[in-house]
Ligand binder design. Structure first.
Ligand code: COA
Length: 174
């Protein structure tokens, strides 16, 4: 199937939440370290996205969707509600591409758009973390993020067993 990627900020439309839920359940089942354990129920995934989309409506985060026609094939979140002494900083989270569409630049395109929106929001520093085991370090390094260090035994992998986390940062908008 041909990819015609369109990237848009998401809001709390019912179909959007349904597709985000399916993507999160599938990602966790596939071993993606995005904050949850397998098996993740659709109800728990929906609760997460409902909360996240409510934060979007308060301006606390931006959730970008990568669409191929009516199908949501990737997402990334830009967290903007940093503490008062960090108004220049934002965080990248919940980066996912549906397995069928991986390896075609979807995540890179979503990250670039998230960076552009961070700059528009006056941010000059982005931070993120990714699992040491089966994480996405290569993706972030290919986009110019700097490895800051590794925290051991930081989280459980979705199917069990501890993994460290690798911390990254990138200056933007300079
Ligand atoms: C990580 C993920 C989002 C990448 O999505 P994608 O759309 O396939 O990524 P892209 O096609 O844009 O890849 C861009 C680059 O990153 C590299 N890359 C992508 N995923 C990678 C991974 N898991 N590990 C190492 N490198 C990776 C690619 O090789 C590519 O490099 P290139 O441009 O030099 O060829 C996807 O594999 C995924 O959803 N994984 C499960 C969830 C997860 O781990 N998310 C990260 C949480 S921090």
């Amino acid at each position: 199937m041909k990819l015609e990627l369109e990237i848009k900020p998401l809001n709390a439309a019912p179909d959007t939440c349904t597709q985000l839920t399916a993507m999160l359940v599938e990602t966790v089942a596939g071993g993606g370290s995005v904050g949850f354990m397998h098996p993740l129920t659709p109800e728990a995934a929906t609760t997460f996205w409902d909360g996240a989309l409510a934060a979007v409506s308060r301006g606390e985060r931006i959730i970008l969707g990568g669409w191929n026609g009516p199908q949501l094939i990737g997402t990334v979140t830009l967290i903007l509600n940093t503490p008062p002494n960090q108004p220049h900083r934002a965080e990248i989270a919940k980066m996912m591409t549906r397995p069928r569409w991986r390896g075609q630049g979807v995540a890179s395109a979503l990250l670039r758009e998230a960076e552009a929106l961070a700059v528009k929001n006056g941010r000059t520093m982005l931070v993120l973390d990714t699992a040491s085991d089966e994480g996405a370090a290569g993706l972030y390094e290919s986009l110019g993020y700097t490895f800051a260090g590794e925290l051991p035994d930081y989280a459980l992998k979705p199917h069990g067993g501890l993994t460290g986390t690798r911390l990254y940062w990138k200056r933007i908008g300079g």
